[in-house]
Design a protein around this ligand. Structure first.
Ligand code: DOR
Ligand code: ZN
Length: 449
């Protein structure tokens, strides 16, 4: 007797994909190669399918341009609240990010007041709501927090400052670190560490220009801070912010943590300028250190690139070096500067996409950063022939200057957020519908790598 027919349960039928609302046709980096592709974007704003697609949905052919995933920037300072809105705020900083191809920013807690309790976190989230052009993940500062639980449940990540810097005067004593790490173990949040040990700052150095600043806060201070963190318990999701030397990168990777490098430490050295526009923490290093860092990055040894966008008023940066604040803007220029390096052949496009788009999105636990089915259709269209020279006056960060004045950059022609175009012909055309995100999933065993 023939077996009874297998009754198909309703859930056995293939899931119904949302009807595509747009098909993007162009070239994309798939399997490590640029290949002609059609990407169907569903009505839910996710990538529905990749391949040759036959439907009646509107088709947008981008010609010779390249379709890339939009970037995630783990490290920005938007100065909101407490800063002057003429220097930066949620609106200007996120529009700048969108124009630079960044679709999610991690916003640091050293605002005024610093984000050390849930009320301040809620206040910051309320300020971002209705103003942010891209999505935002808010970091909390656990050092000054009394009750970590409610803060951790509202935060997207923690930022631990081991040395004083703009907006941070109080840093944990070495004896305070073990209980701090233990308290954070209970929450599966990304932890970014500003690794400079103030005990290693050199009192003999004369910090009146970037070379003196580098001598005053030397690479040894970074290495000592990394050694201080090395005794943290395993299980924390540690990420070292703005690592400045290839030695530090190697050490951080040995320890199994994640880390980021910034475009300014990759491209500028302590000889790039003499005034306070080139003052930043940690400092710009020697040309030799910079070259070694670039080589580590170029060869794929650094998991993430992040801007450490730290806008300050040009008037403040024009003060005598000793009095001027530290920090350089960079949210809008990070990807465009590196896209220009990819065009010239100095940087592999795959390394750039992995470090600026895929790994940082995974570090924040987000379905972003890859041209992959099911991911949010946060995509860029980049025409590598359209090269421009950077000019601070034409950038969109309210601070209005860049340490990369005159440098070649390639800006995305289009930026789609959930399938909706927010940048068209290099102009911002979006709405302030950015959301506050928290990690949706924990990254895999290799962390951000
Ligand atoms: O140079 C810096 N500026 N380094 C930091 O760590 C903070 C930043 C700022 O907020 O201005
Ligand atoms: Zn920073």
């Amino acid at each position: 007797m023939a077996p009874p027919p297998v009754r198909r349960h309703r859930s056995d039928s293939p899931p119904k994909l949302p009807a595509p609302s747009l098909i993007l046709a162009g070239r994309a980096l798939l399997g490590g190669r640029l290949q002609p592709v059609e990407i169907a974007i569903g009505e839910d704003g996710r990538i529905a399918s990749i391949g040759r697609i036959r439907t009646g949905a509107p088709r947008h052919d981008v010609g010779d341009a390249v379709i890339l995933p939009a970037a995630t920037d783990l490290h920005v300072h938007l100065r909101d609240p407490g800063g002057s809105p003429d220097v930066e705020n949620f609106s200007t900083g996120t529009i700048a990010a969108a124009l630079g191809g960044t679709t999610l920013v991690g916003e640091m807690p050293n605002t005024s007041p610093p984000v050390t309790d849930p009320d301040r976190m809620a206040e910051k989230a309320a300020r971002a709501h209705g103003r942010a052009a891209v999505d935002v993940l808010l970091y909390a500062d656990p050092v000054g927090a009394t009750d970590l639980g409610p803060l951790a449940r509202a935060a997207g990540g923690f930022k631990v400052y081991l040395s004083p810097t703009s907006g941070i005067d109080r840093v944990p004593r070495p004896s305070e670190l073990p209980p701090l790490w233990r308290r954070m173990l209970a929450y599966d949040l990304p932890i970014s560490v500003h690794a400079e040990d103030p005990a290693r700052f050199d009192p003999r150095a004369i910090p009146s220009d970037p070379t003196g600043w580098n001598e005053w806060r030397p690479p040894a201070a970074e290495e000592a801070a990394i050694a201080m963190v090395a005794s943290a318990p395993t299980g924390l999701r540690l990420h070292v912010a703005h690592v400045t030397t290839a030695r530090s990168v190697a050490r951080v990777r040995e320890l199994g943590w994640s880390c980021e490098v910034t475009p300014h430490h990759l491209l500028l050295s302590d000889g790039s300028g003499t005034d306070a526009r080139f003052k930043v923490n940690p400092p710009l290093r020697s040309e030799e250190e910079r070259r070694a860092l670039w080589e580590a990055y170029r060869s794929g040894r650094v998991p993430v690139v992040a801007s450490d966008h730290a806008p300050h008023a040009l008037a403040d940066k024009s003060l005598p070096f000793e009095q001027a604040p530290s920090g350089v803007p960079g949210a809008e220029t990070m990807l465009p500067l590196l896209l220009s390096r990819a065009r010239s052949g100095e940087l592999d496009l795959g390394v750039l996409v992995a470090t600026a788009c895929d790994r940082p999105a995974r570090w924040f636990g987000q379905p972003l950063g890859r041209v992959a089915v099911g991911h949010r259709a946060n995509l860029l269209v980049v025409d590598f022939r359209s090269r421009t020279a950077l000019s601070g006056r034409h950038l969109h960060s309210a601070c209005g200057w860049t340490p990369f004045e005159g440098w070649e950059a390639i800006f995305p022609r289009e930026h789609y957020r959930d399938g909706v175009r927010i940048v068209e012909d290099g102009e911002y055309v979006g709405q302030p519908t950015g959301r506050i995100l928290r990690p949706e999933y924990a990254p895999g065993p290799d962390r951000a790598a």
